[in-house]
Design a protein around this ligand. Sequence first.
Ligand code: ADP
Ligand code: MG
Length: 491
Amino acid sequence: MMKWEIVIGLETHTQLLTHSKIFSGASTQFGAQPNTQACAVDLALPGVLPVLNRQAVEHAIRFGLAIGAQISPRSIFARKNYFYPDLPKGYQISQYEIPVVVGGQIEIVVDGQTKVVELTRAHLEEDAGKSVHENFVGPHGEPASGIDLNRAGTPLLEIVTEPVMRNAAEAVAYAKALHALVVWLGVCDGNMQEGSFRCDANVSVRPMGQSEFGTRCEIKNLNSFRFLEEAIQYEVRRQIELIEDGGTVIQETRLYDPDLQETRSMRSKEDAQDYRYFPDPDLLPLVIHSDWIEEIRAGMPALPATLRAQWQSEYGLSPYDSQILSQDRATADLFIELVRRLGAKHAKTIANFIAGDLASALNRSNLSVHELPIDIAQIEALLNRSLDGTISNKIAKEIFIFIWEDALANKPAISIDEIIEQRGLKQITDIGALEALIDGVLQANAKSVEEFKSGKEKAFNALIGQVMKASQGKANPQQLNELLRKKLQSG
Ligand code: ADP
Ligand code: MG
């Protein structure tokens, strides 16, 4: 049996977060009535001229800086000529020979191993319109296809990797890392359902040890991580079977059908010369001065990878926790703010709270961190009362659920201290009170006491549980532990 090596390169279209199109003032708002948001410039009607959107360029620069790429001091917009119903003007404005972003890299972690994915380039371009096939009827009620040009001219950054990924898991890890990064930077909203982040996967196989690449196929428009993974897995199997049966892979563009879980041929692959690229005569070269780059660099947020390294070395967080805390900016900001308020020595407690109680509450309520229904001051107060021993861990969890549910029901917030006071939730640390509780439980559980004395440590835990229950969860666990043991050993 021949051993095959898989080779994958990804091209990702990320929609840049701007109010207006890349070359016109038309709105980029998603979901408007069809054909209400494409203006004369987007359609290249005669007599109009494109004007480059500064915000789109800024986003491209920000992305380039975040991946350690070179920002081209001078890049060129080119016309990529082709006919398609959703591109009535007959060409797409893109960048060809000199893209705005060159090189760079993104780190991924697969099975605990870190790998660097080298990027080739990232270039600015405009999106095309959309063909609408579903639920569309013609003027006489017949099934038909329509064209919605609202998306025409939407700014995209096409981000291209070198063919360096070697399996579907690496490709998915890269796509997820890239997605997290562009959302983190605020250059893309990351909404995959709305098409703001779509991947084309280039896949080929070659006999293990062969240095030349095999012929690749490009699977277009994968708009979920699951589809990306499934499409690559299917395509790899198809190519290997094809070659092993004596066939050859032809370079082509394929589409993934999630229902059938297979890829199928869409068109034979065009070569660059088919597009007759030439510099767009309506647009000047894009010249980026270093001052502008430095200004953008100065306004860059701390990057997730930097924060993870810092948290692990300064606070001793695990790679797992720091991964969870840096999954998006809202979570990272919350962590940073709570550490600022409560002190670095409590970073681990804060991390546990965010990755534990808070994460499950958000999950239950189907909310994300930036939709946090409770005030950060209330979280601070709750953690404070738990850290200073006023309430037990168990009670802190209960109060958290209580304030969470109240907030979701839009009830006015009650202060944590008031809740503790009103409900009598203070931890019992008074030795006399604890001893009274213990005595009561020991009397009622003679059997457990006997078992403990005959050497069964389990019985001790059962007794702890009983006292805890009798105290309604308020007994200070450490004191309870010590007092009970003393009592049992002396009695
Ligand atoms: P095109 O001009 O057709 O877009 P590129 O050379 O720009 O082709 O490559 C497009 C993508 O395909 C890149 O991500 C690149 O890494 C990837 N790629 C190129 N050759 C192969 C191959 N043999 N197998 C898998 N991926 C490849
Ligand atoms: Mg390409």
